[in-house]
Design a protein around this ligand. Structure first.
Ligand SMILES: Cc1ncc(COP(=O)(O)O)c(C=O)c1O
Length: 247
């Protein structure tokens, strides 16, 4: 079979499978535990964090693993809105993934205001429209890096720079871009980026595992949406027993 829908998911790379197999068999310790059986797994997770950070050009401490792309997208919006509660305006585009569109619609029903940027006949946004849309009460601008349907690449670094100048948080859904085009966050003004292993031959896939990591610059902007079990996992920023096999 030749599979043509590699934007929906990808086959696992045999090298990834080999690295992951011990964690599916004998290395199943809870990485938050105090004994060496779990600590070995915690070390492996930190190594994975370093690898993801190297891939996108940021510090390992800025990488946070989430359950899926939808959680990452939703959390970026929620975090920005909770940082400054006087800012109730969100800017995004009409061609985002439903993980942004549906969540922005839900926020609009709860009283937040959303500006939906248009795209032209080639699926491209107009940065002057973005610049004009930003207001003093804009909490966040969220634009995808590569479109999952059309493949169009938005000028994300320029968009992030416009937001930096207007002191607005910028998030990019880069699920379809990371691993396919070079990305170096250390030279950009992006506060949140999320990517997923399932789209680039990693171990995690499917609805439970698409977007894996959310990057917060110096952790300043991320706000947890969960609290409770294992608060120490994911560097104190996201509760729940760490899912080693999928993270
Ligand atoms: C661009 C983009 N964003 C977000 C998602 C959502 O990811 P998940 O299914 O892991 O929640 C996907 C998944 O197809 C996607 O392609």
């Amino acid at each position: 079979m030749i599979y043509f829908d590699n934007n929906a998911t990808t086959s696992i790379d045999p090298a990834v499978l080999e690295v992951m197999l011990p964690f599916l068999k004998e290395e199943y310790g809870n990485p938050s535990s105090a004994y060496s059986f779990g600590k070995r797994v915690a070390r492996a997770l930190e190594h994975a964090r370093e690898q993801v950070a190297a891939l996108v050009g940021c510090e390992p401490s800025e990488i946070l693993f989430t359950s899926c792309g939808t959680e990452s997208d939703n959390t970026a919006l929620q975090s920005a809105l909770s940082i400054d509660q006087d800012r109730k305006h969100i800017i995004t585009s009409k061609v985002e993934h439903s993980a942004i569109i549906k969540h922005a619609e839900a926020l609009a029903r709860r009283g937040y205001e959303v500006t939906w940027l248009d795209v032209d006949a080639k699926g491209m946004i107009d940065l002057s429209q973005l610049e004009a849309a930003i207001r003093p009460d804009t909490a966040i601008v969220s634009l995808m890096w590569a479109n999952n349907e059309t493949g169009v690449l938005f000028p994300i670094e320029e968009a992030a720079e416009i937001c930096r100048k207007q002191q607005t948080i910028f998030h990019t859904d880069a699920v379809q871009a990371v691993g396919k085009i070079p990305i170096n966050l250390s030279t950009t003004s992006i506060q949140f980026l999320h990517c997923g292993a399932g789209k680039s031959r990693g171990a995690s896939r499917g609805t439970h595992s698409g977007g894996r990591s959310i990057r917060t610059r110096a952790s300043r902007h991320f706000r947890a949406t969960s609290s409770g079990a294992n608060p120490g996992s994911n560097r104190q920023r996201r509760s729940g027993t760490t899912n080693t096999q999928h993270d």
